[in-house]
Design a protein around this ligand. Structure first.
Ligand SMILES: Nc1ncnc2c1ncn2[C@@H]1O[C@H](COP(=O)(O)OP(=O)(O)O)[C@@H](O)[C@H]1O
Ligand SMILES: [Mg+2]
Length: 253
């Protein structure tokens, strides 16, 4: 198995407050890793450090063996480090297809191409790829709908397709099921299952234990910025510190 991402002694402080503390873990290519922990544990900050939104305070982030901590965010994206955000980043008035095409531009090498009007590339392989992908996930009927008219669960999955069309090396998802109802959550999870089956490497912040157990080979548990456990779902579930972090007051009672 290839080591795709290696987080080594990563720390991040905002002002005097250390919100990620000496964190280390690895992500193997083709696997799904869950990053879990109570609210405020530092999970989103870890994603922001990996994607380059914030500079690290100390530590290394190795991607395919090279330290990327000094690489600007846009280069990390070009190297295949993709993420979705808690807030969907689609352009509301544009159609699903147009949103997917805009997403494709991040993989382009020349800035000039980004400025080229989309209409000129109609019929391009991207359009075929985008339509094929919508079809693979059962979303063809929405292809030409403006994004703001779609149900929230569908928008989420379009956002996911946008992120995966460029064949990222690793996809980071921050609470992808947040705000979804039960059936939308099931659809999202089967969407992720399909991606996993294709060999996409996933790093997921997620609370749904059933999902984590069924899809993630590894779970990393954060509490107050520090890793308190790492292992299979069953291993971390049995871990005393993890139980305390989650149950806290209840368990003491
Ligand atoms: N840009 C920032 N400036 C200051 N503090 C921040 C910033 N981002 C996050 N924090 C703080 O870092 C801690 C961890 O936040 P976060 O990574 O969002 O946690 P989680 O995603 O696990 O809920 C919180 O105390 C939060 O207030
Ligand atoms: Mg968060």
């Amino acid at each position: 198995m290839t080591m795709l991402l290696s987080i080594q002694n990563l720390s991040k402080a905002f002002g005097g407050l250390e919100v990620v503390r000496d964190l280390s873990f690895d992500v193997q290519e083709g696997t799904a890793t869950a990053l879990i922990g109570p609210n405020g544990a530092g999970k989103t900050t870890v994603f922001n450090l990996i994607s380059g939104v914030y500079p690290v305070t100390s530590g290394r982030i190795r991607f395919r063996g090279s330290d990327i901590v000094h690489l600007p965010s846009r280069y990390r994206i070009k190297h295949g480090i993709a993420r979705s955000f808690q807030n969907i980043r689609l352009i509301p008035r544009l159609s699903v297809i147009d949103n997917l095409l805009i997403g494709q531009h991040v993989t382009l090498k020349r800035t000039l191409d980004v400025l080229r009007p989309f209409r000129l590339v109609r019929g391009h392989e991207w359009i075929r790829a985008a339509r094929a992908e919508l079809s693979a996930f059962g979303l063809s009927e929405y292809a030409d709908e403006p994004v703001d008219l779609l149900p929230y669960g569908v928008r989420k999955r379009v956002d996911l397709i946008r992120a995966t069309l460029s064949s990222p090396s690793v996809l980071m998802l921050d609470e992808p099921a947040a705000g979804l109802n039960a059936s939308e959550t099931r659809e999202l999870h089967s969407h992720l299952d399909i991606l996993k089956g294709r060999g996409v490497t996933l790093l997921v912040i997620e609370h749904d234990m059933h999902f984590i157990r069924s899809i993630c080979e590894k779970v990393v548990v954060l509490n107050f910025g520090s890793k308190i456990a790492e292992g299979s779902f069953e291993q971390v579930r049995r871990d005393e510190q993890v139980r305390e972090a989650y149950l806290g007051v209840e368990q003491a009672a």
